[in-house]
Design a protein around this ligand. Structure first.
Ligand code: BG6
Length: 478
């Protein structure tokens, strides 16, 4: 169901000041179970790779304690006017041992959450897998290297579709699956892969991991369409949009290579059901020969495994360049999962990430031009350590308002001027949660969670009322 630009009396199209986004556009926010839910040893939940002591000392066992705050948190979302909320299901709350034994308490927990969301007019957008691999399936020779994990994931997905399909209409398969090739050890062991004993993963095994997660993705897409007719399901991409550092064609090639390697190769197979010739050749050269059949034996094909939309995270853009060209420019290297260069044209947040709302517009246009599917922003936002809770319970986060204002304006222009069907805007960590590394200080939310205080009280930040107004005006007033 593609969103179309509204040009009714309430909105005057792209040029007018009162341009609104379509009535069925999803406004909301986004979380994941291991970073938000807590209740790790309650309700019959089994252990995931996040339920082991980590060097960081991260408190994933309690996180933001949504497990005990879900009604209050959903009320806060409803007050802001959310029409959708992205959350993930904790695999081991449903299948504690990673096998097909089902924990009815876990089913009951999520059913009451989904029911209450719907009661408050909020559509649940549910990620099946946001990195919390069952501990029983993890290991140096296991995790997503193993066919067993694919089978277990599909058994778990079937339970989710069968037991929640009457309440959930929008599904995402595996969070940021394209990171597989950049962080292969993470797909075996979860966060402990970042320790000193992280296993080296060969190129062939890296491709095997990618292939297995794709088999899991395809299997879930097929099951969803079979068991939940009318529901929509999509993949979830970690975007990493690269620009050429300069107009020198060698830099253009460097940016093109980066985008292809980190994004298009992955989306090509998700959308076409087959690896593009370049990636297929690289796989074969590594010694890995993919079996192009799903876990149910059906050959991969775009028809059978057709997904309904592409969802993605977008936080910043980067620059790529030919080494000699970068040296000539005196460019500063930025090392994350990959090396890139600082963009001299863009400002950075206090956390050091570039702020590039136009990049969000470029990305959505590029996705739609390439794949012709609707897109959904399921992560975006300003994660900084600057939020201060005042004595009278306020957080003056004008910097976050400014970031979001610019990014929502970019979404609006993408829909109303570029005519790209954007299904929704669900910024990350709408109620404060732990960062992926477990750091409670890096916050994204409209609601402040006092992690150190008894009962983890919630406080509305200034951005809360601002977002409420944005949603009430369907994006016309930013
Ligand atoms: C995405 C993940 O990569 O980025 C989230 O899906 C993560 O789980 C988010 O939290 C933001 O990253 P960080 O490091 O600020 O938590």
């Amino acid at each position: 169901m593609a969103a179309v630009a509204s040009t009714t009396a309430a909105g005057h199209g792209a040029g007018g000041a009162a341009a609104t986004l379509p009535a069925d556009f999803y406004w909301g926010g986004s979380t994941s179970a291991f970073q938000f839910e807590g209740g790790a040893s309650e309700g019959g939940k089994g252990k995931s790779v996040y339920d082991v002591p980590l060097r960081s000392g991260a408190k994933f066992d309690t996180a933001s304690d949504f497990y005990h705050h879900w009604r209050e948190d959903i009320d806060l979302m409803a007050q802001m006017g959310f029409s959708a909320f992205r959350m993930s299901i904790s695999w081991t709350r449903i299948c504690p041992n990673g096998d097909s034994t089902v924990n009815e308490e876990g089913i009951a927990f999520y059913r009451q959450v989904f029911q209450y969301l719907r009661q408050r007019g909020i559509a649940p957008v549910v990620t099946l897998y946001h990195w919390d691999l069952p501990l029983a399936l993890a290991g140096k020779e296991a995790g997503w290297l193993s066919d067993r994990t694919v089978d277990a994931f599909l058994a778990y997905s079937r339970v989710c579709f069968e037991r929640f399909g009457d309440l959930v209409c929008d599904w995402l398969t595996l969070n940021e699956d394209n990171l597989c090739t950049m962080l292969p050890a993470f797909q075996l062991l979860g966060p402990s892969a970042f320790g000193p004993n992280a296993p080296q993963v060969s190129e062939a095994d890296t491709y095997r991991i990618l292939h297995n997660t794709l088999r899991a993705h395809f299997g879930a897409v097929r099951l969803c369409h079979e068991l939940c007719p009318g529901a929509r399901i999509g993949c979830m991409l970690a975007s990493s949009l690269a620009y050429p550092l300069t107009p020198d064609p060698v830099d253009v090639i460097a940016a093109q290579r980066h985008n292809r390697k980190t994004m298009w190769d992955f989306l090509d197979v998700c959308t076409h059901g087959t690896y593009n010739p370049r990636q297929a050749a690289a796989m074969l050269a590594s010694g890995f020969k993919p079996n192009m059949r799903g876990a149910d034996g059906t050959p991969f094909s775009a028809d059978v495994y057709h997904m309904d939309f592409i969802s993605f995270s977008y936080y910043f853009s980067i620059c790529q360049a030919d080494q000699e060209s970068a040296a000539a420019e005196g460019a500063t290297t930025v090392q994350t999962m990959y090396a890139s260069f600082e963009n001299p044209k863009l400002a950075k947040s206090s956390f050091g990430w570039t702020i590039d709302p136009t990049g969000l517009r470029i990305l959505m246009n590029e996705l739609y031009d390439r794949y012709g599917l609707p897109v959904m922003v399921v992560e975006n936002g300003l994660g900084v350590k600057d939020d201060v809770l005042t004595e009278d319970g306020h957080v003056h986060d004008d910097y976050r308002i400014e970031y979001l204002r610019q990014h929502i304006a970019a979404v609006r222009a993408t829909v109303l001027e570029d005519h790209v069907p954007v299904l929704g805007y669900l910024p990350w960590g709408c109620i404060d949660l732990l960062s992926a590394s477990g750091d409670p200080a890096k916050r994204y939310g409209f609601v402040y969670v006092d992690f150190g205080a008894k009962g983890m009280p919630r406080y509305r930040k200034d951005s809360f009322a601002w977002y409420q107004h944005v949603i009430a005006t369907r994006g016309a007033e930013l």
